[in-house]
Design a protein around this ligand. Structure first.
Ligand SMILES: [Fe+2]
Ligand SMILES: [Fe+2]
Length: 316
């Protein structure tokens, strides 16, 4: 049986892969500018500068789109917490340090463009948004007791989850400008996911049992990063009901494609520990599939109820 590698040893073992992945990322990433995605002509001053303050009537967004936009933006705002997490585990040396800097700079664009869009179009209350940002960033994100492999496994799934969520939020906004902006952000998240996913793939070769343990821990404890923000439960329900991010998408568009890419269930190099974690993941996925069906059935029933109620109100 192979000896357990320390985080330091893993970073050294995987440094070549990280360097290759940084190069691949830089060759694929396209330069873009947040100001090109915001309809500035729609903007006007607020009361402090002689204009009019925000009023709910001014928003063209549905409750679902508002909840998704706020949740996604606050998550992007919390970048310093995620930077801390990645920087601690990857170090500032060599390709790892290059990635940490570049990834952080790219992520920062996401909150810039989304906030500019929301403030200019008056999509949400800017005062409530700013207060929520202060609270959320002050509290920060506590990843718990994580090692390097836990951290990189988590961000693999999380980047892909945010990709799905941004993409569907764009559609839910009912505005081609928002759709285009969030498609752009989602494309970044996809490239980020590929970097982390390919690091984990290499880690599965270098330390299969350790990587399997990390993947198992992350999947069975997965929480979207918004947990802990104001109104998270209410917003999470709206987001799931609205088809922006639900269990089905989590399973079919996030978890399964990544496991397939890793050939996780076909690998033959696991020891007893790796096998045990793989079995645990298989059981977990069966359970998740059952829960997804239960959720979808409940959601369908609720949608029928809502439609009936709307009909009754219309004819009353
Ligand atoms: Fe992002
Ligand atoms: Fe990202």
């Amino acid at each position: 049986m192979k000896r357990t590698l320390t985080d330091r040893e893993l970073l050294t073992e995987l440094e070549g892969v990280a360097a290759r992945e940084v190069d691949r990322h830089l060759s694929m990433a396209k330069e873009w500018h947040p100001h090109d995605y915001v309809p500035w002509d729609d903007g006007r001053n607020f009361a402090a500068l002689g204009g009019v303050d925000w009023d709910p009537e001014q928003s063209a967004l549905s409750d679902t789109a508002k909840a998704a936009m706020i949740t996604n933006l606050l998550t992007e705002d919390n970048l310093p917490s995620y930077h801390r997490e990645i920087a601690q585990h990857f170090s500032r040396d060599g390709a790892w340090g290059t990635w940490v800097g570049r990834w952080t700079a790219e992520e920062n664009k996401h909150s810039v463009v989304m906030r500019d869009y929301l403030v200019v179009t008056r999509g949400v209350d800017p005062v409530a948004l700013e207060r929520a940002r202060m609270d959320h960033m002050t509290a920060g994100f506590d990843p718990g007791d994580n090692g390097m492999l836990d951290s990189v496994s988590y961000v693999t799934f999380q980047e892909l989850a945010t990709r799905v969520s941004h993409r569907n939020t764009g559609k839910a906004c009912g505005d081609p400008i928002a759709d285009r902006m969030l498609a752009r952000v989602a494309a970044d998240e996809n490239l980020h996911m590929m970097f982390y996913r390919n690091i984990v793939e290499a880690a599965l070769d270098v330390a299969p049992d350790q990587a399997a343990a990390a993947i198992c821990k992350v999947l069975t404890h997965f929480q979207m990063p918004g947990a802990g923000m104001a109104n998270f439960r209410r917003n999470a329900v709206l987001i799931a009901k609205g088809g922006i991010y639900d269990l089905r998408q989590h399973l079919d568009e996030v978890v399964q494609p990544v496991l397939r890419k890793w050939k996780f269930f076909e690998r033959t190099d696991f020891g007893p520990e790796g096998e045990r974690h793989r079995d645990e993941i298989a059981l977990f996925l069966d359970d998740l599939a059952d829960k997804a069906v239960t959720f979808e059935e409940a959601r369908d029933r609720a949608l029928v109820r809502d439609a009936r109620r709307a009909e009754q109100e219309a004819t009353a």
